[in-house]
Design a binder for this molecule. Structure first.
Ligand SMILES: *Cc1c(COP(=O)(O)O)cnc(C)c1O
Length: 437
């Protein structure tokens, strides 16, 4: 029995320290979704407990559901034009939960080869330990290339909408068609695009993943990951390929497809993957992500404008060999950017200095406004040398295939004044000139 009434002063100190201040169940109405920093929730009465464990509405334990996390889930599902979303502890957790929730030992994943390094490593080194194999498609915008690589055991296609550092915009619509011909989902990691610039589900993707640590939270303070499903799981078409969604459990309970229909996939992720694997986000992080999303459009609009300004400026500098930004008319992916990213082409891109590794080092060390760190999507502008950091496990061949050379630097452009960013970059270029002389 929870103590709701004021405590009697005769109550012992230990009891008072636990119960004197708390008012569980008090109805207040805060405008901002509060941080529900609690492991669990008070159950109304004896019978309600049984109902909750049988799947009735109501909160029980934060690993199952938490109101602060649910606010993020509702918002991102809505912004992505999706049916339902799940918030987990990081972007990596979102990738892992999605893939482990769809594939099992013996299954095959087909992925674009232009990928976030953490995901690429996970597919090659870790998922393989569970008997799930991955092949990579280099020519990622060719439907024929995907078609040729699909095996009878292929259970999903995976790609990023804007891979970094090459900015090789992915043709979602063309490849979604290939996936659907085989009754399997197309999963898009859309972290760099954000739902403000692109909604992959509108173009036929089935599941969208975000690292909420980047643009959604936006201020570099919290980690999180979101999975959004379109709610269109089709038992007729795909039921035989995903037996864990369509067969009854060992107690004979209705299958996920029987209970949740088109929402079978996301129901499985929430009720099995989140519950059993435990990638639970902290309610504090969920709160910070909620706050961040409130200004997503303003930040991403400004970041995209700034990025285009920086890219155009860099393209004109004699020390710069190339700029990989799909917003530039000169970029091979510009036509796809016009189709998929008409509101702006995002904040993250790379450029390559003619002076190679030494120039890159002098450039980075001279900067004052840009922050040197391995993160992106921050309100602050960031810079990193992928070849010696995030991508240091790659061979020279793999690096050049990904558009990474010794002089390549990755930028994540923030919301500072453009003129100040250009002044800082000019400082970097000046440092490379001093060294050459
Ligand atoms: C950062 C990132 C991830 C991983 O997200 P974390 O929140 O850092 O775990 C996955 N995919 C992409 C494209 C990313 O940029």
């Amino acid at each position: 029995m929870t103590l709701h009434r004021p405590l009697d002063t005769a109550v012992g100190f230990s009891t008072r320290q636990l119960h004197a201040g708390a008012r569980p169940g008090t109805t207040v109405n805060p405008r901002v979704t509060p941080i529900y920093m609690t492991a669990g929730f008070v159950i109304d009465d004896f019978d309600h407990a049984g109902d909750i464990f049988n799947g009735a509405e109501g909160y029980s334990y934060t690993r199952v559901a938490n109101p602060t996390a649910e606010a993020v889930e509702r918002t991102v599902a809505h912004l992505e034009n999706g049916a339902e979303a799940l918030l987990v502890g990081s972007g990596q957790a979102a990738v892992a939960v999605t893939l482990l929730g769809l594939l099992q030992a013996g299954d095959h994943l087909l992925s674009a080869s232009s990928l976030y390094e953490g995901t690429r490593g996970f597919l090659i080194d870790n998922l393989s330990r569970y008997g799930i194999t991955t092949d990579f498609v280099d020519d990622a915008n060719s439907p024929e290339a995907w078609e040729r690589a699909i095996l009878p055991s292929t259970r999903a296609l995976f790609a990023e909408s804007i891979p970094n550092p090459k900015n090789d915009v992915f043709d979602i619509e063309a490849i979604a068609e290939v996936a659907h011909r085989h009754g399997i989902p197309l999963i898009i990691d859309s972290t760099l695009a954000t739902p403000y610039l692109l909604r992959p589900l509108d173009f036929g993707a089935d599941i969208v993943i975000h690292s909420a640590s980047k643009f959604l939270a936006g201020h570099g303070a919290a980690l999180g990951g979101v999975i959004v499903d379109n709610g269109l799981f089709d038992v007729e078409r795909s039921g035989d390929l995903f037996l864990h969604l369509t067969t009854r459990d060992r107690h004979g309970n209705p299958s996920f497809a029987e209970r949740s229909g088109g929402l079978a996939r996301i129901a499985y992720l929430r009720e099995v993957m989140a519950l059993r694997f435990g990638p639970t986000p902290s309610p504090i992080n969920a709160f910070l992500i909620n706050q961040g999303i409130e200004t997503l459009s303003l930040r991403v609009e400004r970041q995209s404008q700034n990025a285009l300004g920086v890219a155009r400026w860099l393209e004109q500098q004699p020390e710069v060999h190339s700029v990989d930004y799909s917003g530039l008319e000169s970029n091979p992916f510009h036509p796809l950017a016009l189709k998929y990213l008409p509101r702006g082409q995002g904040s993250v891109f790379s450029f390559t200095l003619r002076g190679g590794l030494d120039a890159a080092r002098d450039f980075v060390n001279a900067l004052e406004t840009f922050t040197h760190m391995t993160h992106l999507g921050d309100v602050r502008s960031l810079i990193l040398h992928p070849g010696t950091t995030s991508h240091n496990a790659r061979t020279d061949d793999e690096l050049s295939q990904s558009g990474i050379w010794p002089g390549t630097l990755r930028l994540s452009i923030g919301i500072e004044d453009l003129a100040d960013l250009l002044t800082d970059l000019e400082r970097g270029l000046a440092a490379t000139r001093t060294v050459v002389a």
